[in-house]
Design a protein around this ligand. Structure first.
Ligand SMILES: NC(=O)c1ccc[n+]([C@@H]2O[C@H](COP(=O)([O-])OP(=O)(O)OC[C@H]3O[C@@H](n4cnc5c(N)ncnc54)[C@H](O)[C@@H]3O)[C@@H](O)[C@H]2O)c1
Length: 370
C-alpha cells in the first residue's frame, strides 16, 4: 500500500470509527484537541521551505499546525518523522475543505499559489501564502477581491520584512535619519539553487522588491530589466532598475551563477547612508554619517562641493528568527481580524514589478511603466 493511500485511509478511517459525517467528525476532533481560541492551521507543501513554516507555526502560542499536505511520499515521510503528532495527507483538498481548519499556509511552487489560495478563501479560510504571491497581477487582484468579500486575511510571506535588520532600517528611514532617499542598491547572488519553474527574478528578487517597497514607501513608477539565460532556459543572471517618485532609484542584482554568496544592500540618503550585510553575524547594519553637499553660489560659475565624512555606527539589531515573528503576527492578525501590512495588496505590488520586469527582460531592457 502506498503512503498516500494509507494516509487518506487513515483520515477516512477515523471518520468511519466516529460514525458521523465528515464535517461533524472534523469539528469534534478540532473541539477536543484545541481550545476554541486557537487558530488551527493546515500547511500545503513540505518541500524545501515547508519545514520552516511548520516549525515556526508549531512554536507559536494560540496556534496549532493541525495537518500538513504534500503530494510527495518522501516529503510526507520526512514530515511524519519530524512531527509524529501532526496529521498528514497527500490530498490538499482534505485541508481546504476541512471545517476545523481556520487558516491555510500555501508553501508550494508559485504556479500553484492562485488555485490553492482561491479555494482556501472560497472555503472561508485565512491564507498565508509564500512569496511571490501569485504568477500574474490578475490572479493577485482576484484573490484580494475574494478576501475582501469574505472578510478574510491574506498575508504574503515577505520574510525579510521581519528580520531585525530590515526593522532597524525601516525605523531609521521612518525617523528621517537618512533624509530623502537617493538610492537602494542590493546584490543577492550565489551558486544556485537553480529553479525549474521560474527565472532568477521570480525566485530571488521578490525578497529585494518587497524590502525596497517597504522601505521606500513610494510606489514604483517604472522598471527596466536585463538578463540572460545560460543553462536551463530561464534567466539565471538579471539586473533590475526600479524608478520611484522623488528621484529615488533602486537597482537589484540577482544571480544563480555567482562563485560566492553575497547579500549586501546599500541605501543612500541625503543625510546618511548605510550598508546592510546580511551575512555578517554581528554589526549587520552600519550607518555612515557621510554625504556630499553641493552649493551653486550666486555669481560663481562653479559648483562648490564639500564631502562630509563623519562617524560610522552599528545599531543594535534584534536577533529573533524572522519567520517566528511573522508567524506570530499572522496568528495575531487572524485572531483580531486585522489586516497585516504584508497583505495581498503588498504582494500585488511585488507581482506587478515582477511582471513588468519579465516584460522588460523579453524586450532586452525596454522601460516598462507601472
Ligand atoms: N520566504 C522565503 O524566504 C522562501 C524561501 C524559499 C522558498 N519560498 C517559497 O516557498 C514556495 C515553495 O518553495 P520550495 O523551495 O519549498 O519548493 P519545493 O519544490 O522544494 O517544495 C514544494 C512542495 O510542494 C509540494 N506540492 C506542490 N503542489 C502541491 C499540492 N497541490 N498539494 C500538496 N503539495 C504540493 C511538492 O510536492 C513539494 O514538496 C515557493 O513559492 C517559494 O518561492 C520562500
Amino acid at each position: 500500500m502506498s503512503l498516500e493511500t494509507s494516509v487518506s485511509q487513515k483520515i477516512v478511517g477515523n471518520l468511519a470509527v466516529a460514525g458521523c459525517s465528515e464535517e461533524e467528525s472534523e469539528r469534534a476532533q478540532g473541539a477536543t484537541s484545541r481550545p476554541s481560541s486557537t487558530v488551527s492551521i493546515g500547511v500545503i507543501g513540505y518541500g524545501y521551505w515547508g519545514p520552516q513554516i511548520v516549525r515556526n507555526f508549531s512554536g507559536i502560542d494560540g496556534c496549532q499546525v493541525a495537518i500538513v499536505s504534500d503530494k510527495s511520499t518522501e516529503a510526507l515521510r520526512r514530515m511524519r518523522q519530524a512531527y509524529p503528532g501532526i496529521d498528514v495527507t497527500s490530498d490538499a483538498g482534505d485541508i481546504l475543505s476541512s471545517s476545523s481548519i481556520d487558516a491555510v499556509a500555501v508553501v508550494t511552487p508559485v504556479w500553484t499559489h492562485f488555485a490553492l489560495a482561491k479555494t482556501a478563501l472560497e472555503n472561508g479560510k485565512h491564507v498565508f501564502v509564500e512569496k511571490p504571491f501569485t504568477s500574474t497581477v490578475a490572479q493577485a487582484e482576484a484573490l484580494i477581491e475574494l478576501a475582501e468579500k469574505r472578510n478574510l486575511q491574506i498575508m504574503v510571506d515577505h520574510t525579510f520584512l521581519f528580520t531585525g535588520a530590515v526593522k532597524k532600517i525601516h525605523e531609521l528611514i521612518s525617523a528621517g535619519s537618512l533624509g530623502n532617499l537617493y538610492y537602494y542598491d542590493s546584490t543577492r547572488v550565489n551558486l544556485g539553487l537553480f529553479q525549474h519553474d521560474v527565472n532568477v527574478i521570480w525566485d530571488l528578487a521578490p525578497h529585494d522588491l518587497s524590502i525596497m517597497d517597504h522601505l521606500i514607501t513610494k510606489e514604483a513608477e517604472a522598471i527596466v530589466a536585463t538578463g540572460e539565460k545560460h543553462l536551463n532556459g530561464y534567466e539565471d543572471v538579471a539586473y533590475i532598475t526600479v524608478y520611484c517618485p522623488g528621484r529615488t532609484i533602486a537597482h537589484i542584482n540577482v544571480n544563480w551563477l555567482s562563485p560566492v554568496k553575497v547579500r549586501t544592500t546599500l541605501i543612500g540618503g541625503e543625510k546618511k547612508m548605510l550598508i546592510w550585510n546580511d551575512l555578517e553575524a554581528y554589526e549587520k547594519v552600519k550607518v555612515y554619517d557621510r554625504g556630499v553637499n553641493i552649493r551653486n553660489e550666486e555669481g560663481v560659475y562653479q559648483l562648490l562641493v564639500s564631502y562630509r565624512s563623519g562617524d560610522m555606527w552599528a545599531p543594535q539589531v534584534e536577533q529573533t528568527e524572522a519567520l517566528k515573528s511573522e508567524a506570530a503576527y499572522f496568528v495575531e492578525c487572524v485572531t483580531k481580524n486585522q489586516r497585516p501590512f504584508n497583505d495581498g495588496i503588498a504582494g500585488h505590488r511585488v507581482v506587478k514589478m515582477l511582471e513588468a520586469a519579465d516584460q522588460s527582460l523579453k524586450e532586452r531592457g525596454r522601460i516598462v511603466r507601472l
